[in-house]
Design a protein around this ligand. Structure first.
Ligand code: G3H
Ligand code: 13P
Ligand code: ZN
Length: 311
């Protein structure tokens, strides 16, 4: 199967009350772990690549790894640029084989965000590629932009219709209290998402796919393994999975997960190296990291997203 856009995936997910997992990829083992899980569970999938991933692994390597995964797994896969910061990186990914891009103009003024997003949409649509825009600001770190919790801003429901109609975006990322990274809430703080804002936005945008960034749940199981094997991740805390299940049943059609993959991979590698300091064959520890990634993605697909059997 060739790469697909997210159009059909989102339509079915919206109607079926489930969400598609968008998992960040940085190397072969991560691509393999994610796609093997989705392939066995017959789940549609979005593989997303950040600017940092392109810098680390090289655009061509990542595209070719995803093409290999398409040969090995008979499921629909979209290849998406995560947090495109400007027109140039979006164009480069569109020209370089991606089927979906995000233009993240959320740090700009409303008018500048519209202008930038519209420009990307015009180019992308002329090439058959879909576009995700963003309104509102999440806290956390993505590439070189670090937004503090105090500076994070919820999406204003009264801006969404104008943004979508003037830009022509195919999906919209919103800020309702999720954030990037493994430290999403302060110790003692009760995790909370603004489902009232999500409801208001979905009323104003009927049948329109909403995207949730910063949706890792930061499994305490992996945090404990990392802690027990010489790591230091005290106070790491994520979005409770029951909140993500609730979101997946709503207009949210795409749920972004990266930190959970990093924790799963690192927990496996740390465990091998801590227990066997003489190990030096990368296959010995990377295969454990890869198996953890696969188990994590299978859990998300089956128990959180509800996308199993929907390919
Ligand atoms: O939202 C950000 C993603 O987790 C990507 O992170 O920029 O470190 O690759 P990265
Ligand atoms: P997490 O850091 O919660 O995994 O969020 C990932 C993300 O939003 C990628 O765009
Ligand atoms: Zn994100």
């Amino acid at each position: 199967m060739a790469l697909v856009t997210t159009t059909e995936m989102f339509k079915k997910a919206y109607e079926g009350g489930y969400a598609i997992g968008a998992f960040n990829v940085n190397n072969m083992e991560i691509v393999q772990g994610i796609t093997e899980a989705a392939g066995e569970l017959k789940s549609p999938l979005i593989l997303q690549v950040s600017a940092g991933a392109r810098k680390y692994a090289n655009h061509t390597y990542l595209v070719k790894l995803v093409e290999a995964a398409l040969i090995e797994n008979d499921i629909p896969i979209a290849l998406h640029l995560d947090h495109g910061a400007d027109f140039e990186i979006c164009k480069s990914c569109i020209d370089g084989g991606f089927t979906s891009v995000m233009i993240d103009g959320s740090h700009h003024s409303f008018e500048d965000n519209i202008e930038l997003t519209k420009r990307v949409v015009e180019y992308a649509h002329s090439k058959g590629v879909v576009v995700e825009g963003e309104l509102g600001q999440l806290a956390g770190i993505e590439d070189d932009v670090n937004v503090s919790a105090e500076d994070a801003k919820y999406t204003h429901p009264d801006e969404v219709e104008e943004f979508v109609s003037r830009t022509g975006v195919d999906s919209l990322a919103i800020a309702i209290g999720t954030s990037h990274g493994a430290f999403k809430f302060k110790p003692g703080q009760k995790p909370q998402l603004r489902f009232d804002i999500l409801d208001e936005i979905s009323k104003r945008l009927p049948n329109f796919p909403i995207v949730l960034h910063g949706a890792s749940s930061v499994s305490q199981e992996y945090v404990k393994i990392i802690q027990a094997n010489g790591g230091n991740l005290q106070d790491a805390i994520g979005i409770p999975e029951d909140m993500l299940r609730q979101a997946a049943k709503s207009a949210v059609c795409k749920i972004n997960i990266d930190s959970d993959l990093r924790l799963a991979m690192t927990a496996g590698i740390r465990e091998v190296l801590w227990n066997n300091p003489a190990a030096f064959d990368p296959r010995e520890y990377l295969k454990v990291g890869r198996a953890n990634v696969k188990a994590l993605v299978a859990h998300k697909i089956t128990n959180v997203l509800g996308s199993d059997g929907k390919a």
